[in-house]
Design a protein around this ligand. Structure first.
Ligand code: CUA
Length: 158
């Protein structure tokens, strides 16, 4: 079988690129341990209000963990609880969030926090707030008529 020279170059490039991508993916997933954020933690979406830690939304200081605070959010159409929360500057915070009804977004503008909140699942993200200011939390998954009004706020204070 005759294969044109350019065809061979293109095939080699294609197969090479595929191998590079699979290697990067494999090293990232199995050696560096990068996984989709907390796809494993589940919750009964009908019992969110009575299930810890969602029975007490807000900021809580914790001891003996890799982070200093846990910041718990409950989402439902069309609001987050708490509506506003103060976080001390430089605090290492684990954000823990879930939804009581439909899929909502949890994007903190100006940071790289951007989670999807799915009914029955708990989304978590550990971050450090090292800049004073107000951070708007936005729902970026269309969830109904009040979607555009669904916000909350993190105030990072000294
Ligand atoms: Cu909640 Cu859009």
């Amino acid at each position: 079988m005759h294969i044109h020279k350019f065809e061979k170059i293109w095939l080699t490039f294609g197969v090479g690129a595929l191998l590079v991508f699979l290697t990067v993916l494999g090293v990232s997933a199995f050696y560096l341990g990068n996984q989709p954020p907390s796809c494993l933690a589940t919750i009964n979406p009908e019992k969110v209000d009575t299930t810890a830690p969602f029975n007490e939304p807000g900021l809580k200081k914790v001891e003996g963990k890799d982070w200093d605070y846990e910041l718990v959010f409950v989402a439902q159409a069309f609001a987050y609880t708490p509506g506003t929360v103060e976080v001390p500057l430089g605090a290492k915070v684990k954000v823990i969030a879930t939804t009581k009804d439909v899929i909502h977004g949890f994007q903190v503008a100006g940071t790289n926090i951007n989670m999807m909140l799915e009914p029955g699942y708990i989304s978590e993200y550990v971050t450090t707030f090292d800049k004073v200011g107000e951070y708007l939390i936005l729902c970026n998954e269309y969830c109904g008529t009040g979607h555009h009004m669904m916000t909350s706020k993190i105030e990072v204070v000294e």
